[in-house]
Design a protein around this ligand. Structure first.
Ligand code: MLT
Ligand code: ZN
Length: 475
């Protein structure tokens, strides 16, 4: 866009929103122009704060007329660069569209605007004795629209599944400015293609999610947290199988000793017990009475007697459970200061042992000089492999080195039938690796579908797939 075109659209946007909701100051542009990734310098033309769906539609129509790209922005807690605006785009921030519209105990659902914060939804569910179960460390700042656009997972997927499982209705503004009302909050609706599921996880390339209806469930009761120090990654998977036979698991997570060391050094957290283990498992479960508690204790004792685990602790109070959870939930924030190169891979749970062995070998051979922090939702088959940048190394050199190893890792992931992005999405960072998880035909179909919903290619350009803007030869 020429400078004249930019100032012409900005003038119209100020007329539409007022200067207080069309921000161009440096602080706002820096704040709204990126997510939690720190690899790109934010450089949006403006940040727009609509307060109604009609305003979102008008913004899209203006963007179409001026052929100006739009980057949708939620809580910007993403980890793949999906909300980065580095090329003079307009950031469309949903922060002011944040009302809870309806809390319905009979349908067990909540309808809210896209900018509602996850924790706000969880609280609203609690106020009627129900539970919104998609939860993660960033629930205090992530917005539901962003969660849906990335199909966020989190810490209790093993019990409740991903965000997709809980969305029963959506309102979406497409790249032509049309408002689609998808599935109307219905539990049963077999009326042809379900565009709701196309929008979930589409990372803002098909439409702007402006409203959602979410299903709720009964809250879990009497939960406890078990942390176990284990000797090997292999031992983790056999423990999972044994615990699943006995306990109603809400979460089954793991982290490596280096993660624990960083938490202790950076955040002053306490180790779960004396003595160190190479890995730690954190399992949360719903207690089923004293008999079941004894059965669980017996499993832990057997695992320790077999030499697979060193020590274990079970929470006795809610406060203790919370502080044990900090050992897992605070890792991402703690290691952020080393600008980690993040891998977020998955395989079916039965393939995880094979994946762990093969990935472990590559990591040992190819990253001898880097600190490698493992953690993740291993009960879902999802591993977060974080490579920490040495302070002395330039970011570009670090990225190049990590990327070359990623190719090797993703070949292994592909060979195990897994995914190169289990929950963080594709955004900018995983785009070049998408072909390890999706076929050429699938990627071509994604591009064709994008053209249907966004014919002028104004929505989140450059994210997930690269479109051919000169002609139609995307595939
Ligand atoms: C987590 O599991 O902690 C989140 O996905 C964030 C991260 O991977 O760093
Ligand atoms: Zn995660």
């Amino acid at each position: 866009m020429t400078t004249e075109e930019t100032s012409a659209i900005l003038q119209e946007l100020v007329t539409l929103l007022g200067s207080g909701r069309c921000l161009t100051d440096e602080d706002s542009c820096n704040h709204f122009g990126r997510d939690w990734t720190r690899f790109a310098t934010p450089n949006p033309a403006a940040v727009l704060l609509p307060e109604s769906i009609a305003e979102v539609q008008q913004i899209i129509q203006l963007a179409r007329r001026f052929n100006t790209p739009i980057v949708p922005s939620g809580g910007r807690t993403g980890l793949s660069g999906g909300a980065v605006a580095a090329n003079g785009e307009l950031v469309l921030a949903l922060d002011r569209l944040n009302r809870i519209i309806d809390v319905d105990p009979t349908s067990r659902s909540i309808t809210c605007e896209a900018g509602a914060i996850t924790a706000q939804i969880q609280e609203a569910a609690k106020s009627i004795g129900l539970h919104y179960p998609v939860d993660f460390a960033s629930s205090g700042s992530s917005q539901i629209g962003g969660n849906i656009a990335t199909n966020a997972g989190g810490i209790q997927v093993i019990r409740y599944g991903m965000t997709r499982n809980w969305v029963s209705g959506l309102k979406v503004v497409t790249g032509t400015g049309e408002l689609l009302t998808l599935n109307r909050g219905l539990l049963k609706n077999n009326t042809g293609l379900d565009f709701r599921h196309l929008m979930i996880g589409s990372e803002g390339i098909l439409g702007i999610i402006v409203e959602a209806t979410l299903q709720l469930c009964s809250p879990p009761t009497d939960t406890a947290v078990l942390v176990l120090g284990v000797k090997s990654m292999g031992a983790i998977m056999s423990l999972l199988q044994r615990l699943q036979g006995q306990a109603d698991l809400l979460a089954f997570e793991f982290f490596s000793h280096l993660a624990l060391e960083k938490l202790i050094a950076q955040q002053g957290l306490r180790a779960p017990f004396d003595g160190a283990s190479p890995f730690y498992v954190l399992a949360e479960y719903e207690r089923q009475g004293e008999h079941s508690d004894r059965e669980l204790e017996a499993i832990v004792e057997q695992v320790m007697a077999a030499g697979e685990a060193d020590d274990a602790v079970v929470s006795q109070t809610i406060a203790q459970a919370k502080s044990l959870w900090q050992l897992r939930e605070n890792i991402s924030e703690t290691i952020a200061r080393w600008t980690p190169y993040k891998n977020d891979i998955s395989a079916t749970v039965s393939k995880v042992p094979e994946l762990l062995v093969k990935i472990g070998e590559v990591v040992e051979q190819r990253y001898p000089d880097f600190e490698v922090v493992w953690y993740g939702h291993i009960g879902d088959g999802n591993l977060h492999l974080n490579i920490l940048k040495p302070d002395s190394m330039a970011p570009e050199e670090f990225e190049t080195k990590c990327k070359s190893v990623s190719e090797e890792l993703f070949k292994i992931v592909d060979g195990c039938g897994g995914s190169v992005s289990a929950e963080h999405g594709v955004g900018l960072l995983k785009k070049e690796f998408l072909h390890y998880s999706r076929s050429k035909e699938e990627i071509a179909l994604m591009k064709s579908i994008k053209r249907l919903f966004d014919p002028d290619l104004i929505l989140n350009p450059g994210k997930v797939v690269d479109m051919d803007t000169a002609g139609r030869g995307d595939s």
